[in-house]
Write a protein that binds this ligand. Structure first.
Ligand code: WQD
Length: 338
């Protein structure tokens, strides 16, 4: 069993991974400034697992405060680095905010690995590193094309920074390229809980359905896809969390210092925006109030994963489909809107 540091451990993917790691018998702590989460997530992680969850309220860009925490924690085996901004559309409007937080934050984590002999880093990367892929599905060997957004560029640069720093930081690293995380924990106690209005499709759907928004817009209906709307590979956040625990254990066992590996994490199904909306309407029994709107700058037309490498090497099998994503997302929306 390992002692694991999560950056952004009270965030959406971080909190679900926190649960999975505790259930897997690992020792875990988090640093998170609550810029996109809240302290009550910790109580809910404890309620789900029966184990104490703790977080240091620290900005990943505050090196001094970060170091004080890491120094106090003694031997740490690995860090899973979640803490980053992740909204494609927002990154187009505020690129500097994204470069600062996502890259300076990463460099600080690498510094901590170097100074405190943290031997492994699991990095929260993204399918956005592929840009607009020419062939589908994408494998880990699909050529990296120019990023379609500053967010995607921070993930491409993040990967390059890690691979260039393996020896200097003294780490082995596994890069996890997420496709589109969505859904919520089956307990209804944790889920995507953005501080501001949601930007991603699934929470926008549930916020519209519950009445927080009058209607939602489908960003573009003239794309060269089967129904004119963008194609994505939606992966349930609990399946994604499981993949992190498996990747951590794989890294500690098979990725020695100075080396790295990379895995696509998707369910290998392409779903259009309209199909996602229809899946929600079927699951919830509610008509959704949406209109067809203009394209969103920075959007990729279509992308979905070939995840056979994660299946074969990590023994990872996603269990939940788009219906379960919509069911759990809707249950969670009703809880968080009480
Ligand atoms: C999905 C589709 C939108 C909102 C996300 C994460 C990013 C990365 C990849 C992990 C697009 C459309 C959306 C709306 C819409 N994941 N849409 N109306 O941009 O694919 O990126 O997955 O790292 O972190 O942000 O996700 O949910 O914003 O968009 O029509 O109100 O839904 O145009 O086609 P995206 P998204």
């Amino acid at each position: 069993m390992a002692k694991v540091w999560l950056t952004g451990g009270t965030g959406y993917i971080g909190s679900h991974t926190y649960v999975d790691l505790l259930e897997g018998g690992h020792t875990v702590f988090s640093t998170d400034d609550y810029s996109n989460s809240s302290p009550e997530v910790l109580e809910n992680i404890t309620a789900i697992t029966g184990k104490e969850a703790n977080n240091y309220e620290v900005d990943i860009c505050d090196l001094e405060a970060l170091e004080a925490v890491i120094q106090s924690e003694g031997k740490i085996d690995a860090v899973i680095h979640f803490a980053a901004f992740k909204a494609v559309g927002e990154s187009v409007e505020q690129p500097l905010k994204y470069f600062k937080n996502n890259l300076v934050g990463l460099i600080h984590v690498l510094e901590m690995c170097k100074r405190y002999a943290i031997s492994h880093m699991i990095y929260s990367s993204s399918c956005t590193v592929y840009g607009n892929p020419k062939e589908l599905p994408v494998t880990e060997d699909t050529p990296i094309l120019p990023a379609a957004s500053p967010y995607g560029l921070t993930k491409q640069m993040g990967e390059d920074i890690i691979l260039s720093s393996l020896m200097d930081a003294g780490i082995g690293s596994v890069l996890l390229r997420y496709f589109n995380p969505a859904g919520a924990h089956e307990s209804g106690k944790i889920g995507e809980d953005p501080r501001n209005a949601a930007l991603n499709l699934v929470p926008v759907i549930t916020e519209t359905a519950i009445g927080k928004r009058k209607e939602m817009a489908v960003f573009g209906s003239d794309y060269p896809t089967r129904d004119g709307t963008c194609v994505r590979d939606y992966i349930h956040v609990s399946d994604l969390a499981r993949a992190h625990t498996l990747a951590l254990e794989y890294a500690l066992e098979h990725v020695p210092s100075g080396s790295w590996d990379v895995f696509n994490l998707g369910v290998e199904q392409g779903v259009t925006v309209l199909e996602a909306i229809q899946a929600f309407e079927r699951v919830s029994g509610q008509k959704l109030n949406y209109k067809m709107g203009p394209r969103r700058p920075g959007d990729v037309v279509a992308i979905f994963a070939d995840a056979s490498k994660a299946r074969d090497r990590l023994g990872w099998v996603p269990l939940r489909d788009i219906r379960e994503i919509m069911r759990t997302a809707w249950e969670w929306e009703k809880v968080r809107s009480r």
